[in-house]
Design a protein around this ligand. Structure first.
Ligand code: ASP
Length: 586
């Protein structure tokens, strides 16, 4: 008899005296000599089961043999816990089940790590035994929340008449700026499928096909070096709409996120999200994914150095550098060692040095005070609006590099100075990105977003004459300083698309081979369209405060892109290789 009457999270005081049968795993077991207690766990929760010797020696003997992670069913009667032994921390904490019988489905070997405890376990062990790792309530709850979020997304999009459609996984390269995963073709030796870096071109073709509104909870594959918090395969909420514009897409995304916050998290989210242009973002925060949870914005202090005697900065300014600064509130008391740490951090992101000024009641303390002179220092303090007790950080470099360095310091300081309000979520739209960025290595223009992004109408004239000046109709969604997703209004005109490929320096033949099908489709009444693709893993990681997206993916890969549980990737057999026409050079 496998059936259960309740889950392990269901029983309450009102169920007292009911005969029940629960199925689950032994989470914890406590032997009090006479009474034996177990916490029985399933994915809904925990229920305390008590074995009383009075219920019979045979049953008690079997209860004695139970160990952690045995999979069992328990039958018994619900009773209120004795006064003073309630556990208000769990929803079933008022009751327990007085056991009258057990059925053992399967014993368990001693797990390689404790499921019930919260001891640090190495990632290697956790990933090798992921099915046990996933039994841990914290991880399980994150995946359950992930499911809830996806459900809300589907509900909202369904209400807006979006169609959920699947696109191929065996396909052709989609340029999203990463390396492709390739799959050899057995039937066409020497030919390869690429796994999609995103469904970008398919979703655009679905617009040409007239579906009007598409979405997919889509798996994307990018063969990147996994230094940062990345996974070779990850999930996006991929969206595309026809006859649309930026406003419609922003409003749709805000609707989805408010619903997620309300229905999955039980919280209100303020909309519309603040909007910043890329230029404003770079100016105020030094990066294109601003963390708006706290202030500490960057200031341009180049003018404060007018007529300065400080050679290093004077020369830098003469060569086109700017001086950008950051005021760390209340950090004037940092020790020399802490300030050295900041300099080290700045150097790691390419700074030649970092100049600091402590604003104290009595004086301005600066290692290069002698060179700067009192007057310049005072000007810096007043231009940067620093107050007594603050620490001013100054970097001389190109605007972008100085921004990058200070943006790293800003994030670091916000942490150490405790400036980040707990539980706060600050979204931001970033718009008006440049369409291209110059690649100094290849000496070519690259797309800032992807090559299918439309340029701003007013910049179209400069497309081929001055590509660096052209702004695009792309937008990013940032959350708490993390890029959550990006999208754009697309090109739907064949000539325009061809012009973009020209600026990118793609030879005509290559364009034909790689994107001929898209250009062809644009000949048949392609509608104007646009879309976006927020990252699902990243979103869940942020809302569950997880340290990594690996903590919200059921079966993640390690930093080295390995699935330790199944042992993938693995070698192919000689026979498989032969069928594929592949020779491996050792
Ligand atoms: N395909 C894009 C990406 O993966 C998103 C989009 O433009 O819709 O970033």
């Amino acid at each position: 008899m496998l059936k259960r009457t309740h889950t392990c999270g269901a029983l309450r005081a009102a169920d007292t005296a009911k005969q029940v049968r629960l199925c689950g795993w032994v989470h914890r077991r406590r032997d009090h000599g006479g009474l034996i207690f177990i916490d029985l766990r399933d994915r809904w929760g925990l229920t305390q089961v008590v074995f009383n010797p009075a219920a019979g020696g045979e049953l008690h003997g079997r209860a004695k043999d139970l160990r952690s992670e045995f999979c069992i069913a328990v039958e018994g009667t619900v009773q209120k816990r004795p006064a003073g032994t309630d556990n208000p921390k769990i929803p079933t904490g008022e009751i327990e089940v007085a056991a009258a019988g057990i059925e053992l489905f399967n014993a368990s070997a001693t797990p390689p790590f404790e499921i019930a405890g919260d001891a640090e376990v190495s990632e290697e062990l956790r990933y090798t035994y992921r099915y046990l790792d996933l039994r841990r309530p914290e991880l399980r709850d994150r995946l359950l929340l992930r499911h809830k979020v996806l459900k809300v997304i589907r509900k909202v999009l369904d209400g807006e008449e979006f169609t959920e459609l699947e696109t191929p996984v065996l396909t052709k390269s989609t340029p999203e700026g990463a390396r492709d995963y390739l799959v050899p073709s057995r039937l066409n030796h020497g030919s390869f499928f690429a796994l999609p870096q995103s469904p970008q071109l398919y979703k655009q073709l679905l617009m040409v096909a007239g579906f009007d509104r598409y979405y997919q909870i889509a798996r994307c594959f990018r063969d990147e070096d996994l230094r940062a918090d990345r996974q070779p395969e990850f999930t996006q909420l991929d969206i595309e709409m026809s006859f649309t514009d930026e406003e419609t897409i922003f409003a749709l995304i805000e609707k989805i996120f408010t619903a997620i916050w309300k229905e999955a998290l039980g919280k209100e989210l303020a909309v519309p999200f603040p909007r910043l242009t890329y230029a404003e973002c770079m100016r105020r925060f030094g990066c294109d994914k601003p963390d708006l949870r706290y202030g500490m914005e960057l200031t341009d202090l180049t003018r404060s150095f007018d007529g300065t005697g400080f050679e290093r900065f004077r020369d830098a300014i003469a060569k086109g550098s700017v001086i950008r600064g950051l005021v760390a509130p209340g950090a004037g008391g940092m020790t020399g060692k802490q300030v050295d740490g900041l300099t080290e951090l700045a150097k790691q992101s390419g700074a030649l040095g970092l100049v600091t000024i402590r604003v104290t009641e009595k004086e301005l303390v600066c290692p290069v005070a002698k060179h700067l002179g009192e007057e310049t220092m005072k000007r810096i303090v007043s231009d940067s609006k620093a107050k007594v007790g603050d620490l001013i950080l100054l970097v001389a470099d190109s605007p972008d590099r100085a921004g990058l360095i200070l943006s790293g310091l800003r994030g670091h300081l916000a942490q150490v100075l405790n400036l980040i309000p707990e539980g706060k979520f600050a979204f931001a739209w970033v718009t008006d990105f440049p369409l291209f960025k110059w690649n100094a290595e290849t000496k070519r223009w690259d797309s800032e977003h992807h090559p299918f992004t439309a340029p701003k109408q007013e910049d179209q004239g400069s497309l081929e004459s001055d590509p660096g000046k052209v702004l695009s109709r792309s937008y990013d969604l940032a959350l708490n300083g993390v890029e959550l997703g990006s999208g754009s209004i697309r090109i739907h005109d064949r000539q325009m698309q061809e012009a973009i490929f020209r600026v990118l320096g793609l030879p005509e033949q290559e364009v034909k081979d790689r994107f001929g099908f898209l250009l062809d489709a644009f000949r048949y009444g392609a509608p104007p369209h646009g879309g976006i693709a927020p990252g699902v893993d990243r979103l869940i990681a942020l809302i569950t405060n997880a340290s990594s997206i690996r903590e919200v993916i059921a079966f993640p890969k390690t930093q080295k892109a390995v699935d330790l549980m199944v042992g993938a990737p693995s070698e192919a057999s000689p026979n498989q290789l032969k069928e594929l026409g592949i020779n491996i050079k050792k």
